[in-house]
Design a protein around this ligand. Structure first.
Ligand code: 12T
Length: 351
């Protein structure tokens, strides 16, 4: 009898939404991180079926999701639209595939784990309930990465946050619209909004996703619901304002927290410095902080700077968090979940 060693364990992987912004980075991360893939399938809607995508030395031909058979696929990384995941993630799970879904469709279901591997890896153990693990929203991921070490040390009662989010979170069409509006304006032509709700070039829009009855947008409520679920704390109060800015890649956040016990800025800096996946850049001089474009874009870490005590509150701390919304905010976090799953739960998997 042959027992596979840890090293030979290779699994079949499907990337669903492979022609999208996130799907493309999922494929490059599988390659870059040497994920132990046997077959890799690039899957997308019928519109993209037949396109070719480079992966390692091969060319993958994009397959049509509608007719794609998931049997024999160990892990599927999903990043299509929420309505597509609603239909096809359960179908993949029924075929025995573990789905890691990047849409908002399953995040708030009680029997679906919502995971940031550095923050709540144990939740991955719940994957077998529905065969689906949800990847959180990009803005939530980078914020909870910075909250977690402080939360564990002194507790957090309340979080006020304003986000400054890149257009790539909304997909390829939103990226193209910012490019086209910029070119139009430089040529003395009007910037017509089609994808964004108002002019995006050289502007700032206080709306991401749709409005809810309470006056918050759905993106803002995602940050509330997801922070509570990931930290397993229904009592933590989160008050977000989500804003779109004319940046292509990398979300920024101004985060203001009220801790349970008092903590100094120096202690927060030390805690964040020691947390995996976080890089502190906090020099208190011109440019001595991370920005979306100069540090985050194209890189893996969550960067934190501007750490200081809140003048207006005895237990308040402020900081600035930036990260690549497509990498740690989406594709990287999903691939990290897949790596954890493989290492801890699929040692005996025979794909
Ligand atoms: N509407 O993962 O528009 O729920 O930037 C992420 C980003 C939804 C999500 C965006 C969105 C999500 C956006």
């Amino acid at each position: 009898m042959h027992f596979e060693t840890e090293m030979d364990k290779k699994v079949n992987v499907a990337v669903v939404g492979a022609t999208g912004e996130v799907g493309g980075v999922m494929l490059s991360l599988l390659e870059e991180r040497d994920f132990p893939t046997a077959e890799v399938h690039a899957v997308a809607s019928s519109r993209s079926a037949g396109k070719r995508i480079e992966f390692k030395a091969e060319e993958l031909v994009v397959k049509d999701l509608a007719s794609f058979d998931f049997s024999g696929i160990a892990i599927a990384l999903f990043s299509p639209g929420a309505s597509v995941s609603a239909l096809h993630a359960p179908r993949a799970a029924a075929a025995g595939t573990v789905v890691i879904d990047n849409t908002s469709r399953f995040r708030y279901d009680d029997d679906i784990p919502l995971v940031v591997p550095e923050v709540n890896p144990a939740a991955i153990g719940q994957y077998a309930k529905r065969g689906i693990i949800a990847n959180p929203n990009c803005s939530t991921i980078q914020m909870v990465m910075a909250l977690k070490p402080v939360y564990d040390a002194v507790g957090i009662e309340r979080v006020n946050v304003a986000t400054y989010q890149a257009v790539s979170g909304k997909g390829k069409k939103a990226i193209e619209e910012l490019e086209q509006q910029t070119i139009a304006l430089f040529n003395g032509k009007p910037a017509l909004p089609m994808v964004h709700p108002r002019q995006m070039a050289f502007n700032v829009l206080p709306q991401i996703d749709v409005f809810q009855e309470n006056g918050y947008t759905r993106e803002e409520m995602k940050m509330v619901w997801e922070t509570q679920k990931i930290l397993d704390d229904d009592a933590i109060r989160v008050n977000p304002t989500c804003v779109r800015v004319p940046v292509f890649y990398g979300h920024s956040e101004a985060v203001h927290i009220e801790t349970k016990e008092k903590i100094s800025a120096a202690e927060v800096r030390t805690l964040l410095d020691g947390f995996p996946g976080v890089v502190v850049i906090d020099e208190r001089e011109d440019g001595g902080y991370p920005t979306a474009v100069t540090e985050a874009s194209g890189h893996d870490p969550v960067f934190v700077g501007r750490i200081r005590e809140d003048l207006s509150h005895p237990r308040g701390i402020n900081f600035w968090v930036v990260s690549d919304n497509i990498r740690k905010g989406a594709a990287l976090n999903s691939v990290q979940i897949a790596e954890y799953l493989l290492k801890h739960f699929m040692a005996a998997y025979k794909g």
